[in-house]
Design a protein around this ligand. Structure first.
Ligand code: FAD
Length: 383
């Protein structure tokens, strides 16, 4: 019988698998999709997550693959002025990694998957869709279908649902995500520019025709983040065209990928029941404003890994509960409240007041103690 079955090969499932493998545990990852993902989704890796990547022995690979920012500077492309500048390097006494890594999520997943290949105790099975589970005092049975064919079963001491927002594991436990869906939506578009100035400071912001923030995710490739509400008549293509014109003062670009999605703040009432635990989007969803979603999921996985190792070694599944309760409180009163405040600020006039808000924030954060507090929160190093 395998120690742990992880359902879902997203960043949370893969990083948890790596942590368990390094602790000498046997792991099977079941992933419904036929292979790794190819879309960029979450591009920011905060210092707290970098500390976890260092513990997992992969930080060198991440630093080599990423764009590294020592300073968080928001540039107003409409007025060609700096709006706010936060020196992440000021956190050098708090962390070994006072920096932001910018890396598209599919590259994060690929690096973690590559690192897992060094551990024969881990198997990753693609095209395996989990359909249900049952547990008793000794083990958990997981049902899965391969390529839509008839169902099979696999048994483990523990199961972790890292299977995202529509988690089959959470549903099998009879748990639902409670919370709200914001009236504001977000459109994301990744564009490639024919001309890319190496001196452009980012994130870049414009509110001229449509409110937009842009982050360079690879050399010459930019993520556009466009808040909007459903009553707007302007098409997505037009929003992207106006954004490129205002942010980069050029007309040409090629669209790599785009998506529109609702913003939620939701949480499962419990993160563990018996021998089954939840982590990442399966356990909680927060607004992507602040870039905390993937990061908090990887942090769930790191804490859960420690709890699982203890539970496996002592054959005591009750050891999952204290971690689950502690993590639930941290997400509910920490990450979700912080991203809620940031999201509501963006919602003010659909993002059009952002330059004013950032200017005021820049002034307030000139006070060193407040700046330190805000930076610790943003980088996820503090409570
Ligand atoms: C379009 C988009 C843009 C985003 N942008 C940002 C951003 O800019 N910043 C940010 O912080 N966050 C962003 N997010 C959120 C971020 O991507 C998630 O927080 C992160 O992916 C969570 O990781 P996860 O491993 O928990 O879940 P996922 O990445 O969702 O991985 C879950 C995995 O489980 C698999 N799975 C699902 N059901 C089953 C099943 N029954 N059996 C087996 N496998 C299953 C899925 O195929 C998937 O591979 C974005 C999300 C989307 C969709």
């Amino acid at each position: 019988m395998v120690d742990v079955i992880i359902v879902g090969a997203g960043p949370v499932g893969l990083s948890l698998a790596l942590g368990l493998a390094r602790a000498g545990k046997s792991v099977v990852v079941l992933e419904k999709d036929p292979g790794l993902h190819t879309t960029s989704r979450a591009p920011i890796i905060w210092p707290r997550t970098q500390e976890i990547l260092a513990d997992l022995g992969v930080m060198d690979r991440f630093e080599s693959a990423s764009i590294i920012l020592k300073q968080f500077t928001m540039w107003n492309a409409d007025s060609n002025h700096k709006l706010i500048s936060l020196p992440i390097s000021e956190l050098k006494d708090q962390t070994h990694f006072p920096q932001i890594l910018i890396l598209p999520q599919h590259k994060t997943e690929a690096l973690l998957y590559e690192a897992l290949k060094a551990y024969p105790s881990v198997q990753v099975h693609f095209a395996h869709e989990v359909t249900g589970l049952s547990q008793d005092s000794e083990s958990v049975r997981v049902r899965y279908a391969t390529n839509g064919t008839s169902e099979s079963e696999m048994v483990a001491s523990y199961v972790v649902g890292c299977d995202g927002a529509h988690s089959a594991i959470r549903a099998a436990l009879g748990l639902e995500l409670d919370g709200i869906t914001y009236p504001l939506m977000a459109a994301l578009a990744d564009v490639k520019l024919p001309y890319n100035d190496p001196n452009w400071v980012f994130p870049r912001l414009s509110v001229k025709d449509v409110p937009v923030v842009a982050v360079q995710i690879e050399l010459g490739e930019w993520r556009l983040i466009l808040p909007f509400t459903q009553d707007e008549s302007i098409t997505m293509d037009e929003r992207v065209r106006l954004s490129v014109k205002n942010l980069f003062h050029q007309a040409d670009y090629s669209l790599i990928w785009q998506s529109e999605f609702k913003l939620h703040q939701r949480i499962s009432p419990q993160f563990a029941l018996g021998r089954v635990a939840l982590a990442g989007d399966a356990a909680h969803l927060n607004s992507p404003v602040g870039g905390q979603g993937m990061n908090s999921g990887i942090q769930d996985g790191a804490l859960l890994c420690t709890a699982l190792v203890k539970a496996i070694d002592t054959r005591n599944p009750a050891l999952l509960q204290p971690n689950a309760e502690m993590r639930h409180a941290k997400i509910n009163f920490g990450v979700n409240q912080f991203t809620n405040i940031l999201t509501r600020v963006v919602m003010l006039s659909k993002g059009r007041y952002m330059p004013w808000v950032l200017r005021i924030l820049n002034l307030v954060l000139k006070i060193p103690s407040l700046r330190q507090k805000f930076l610790m929160k943003l980088t996820m190093l503090g409570d």
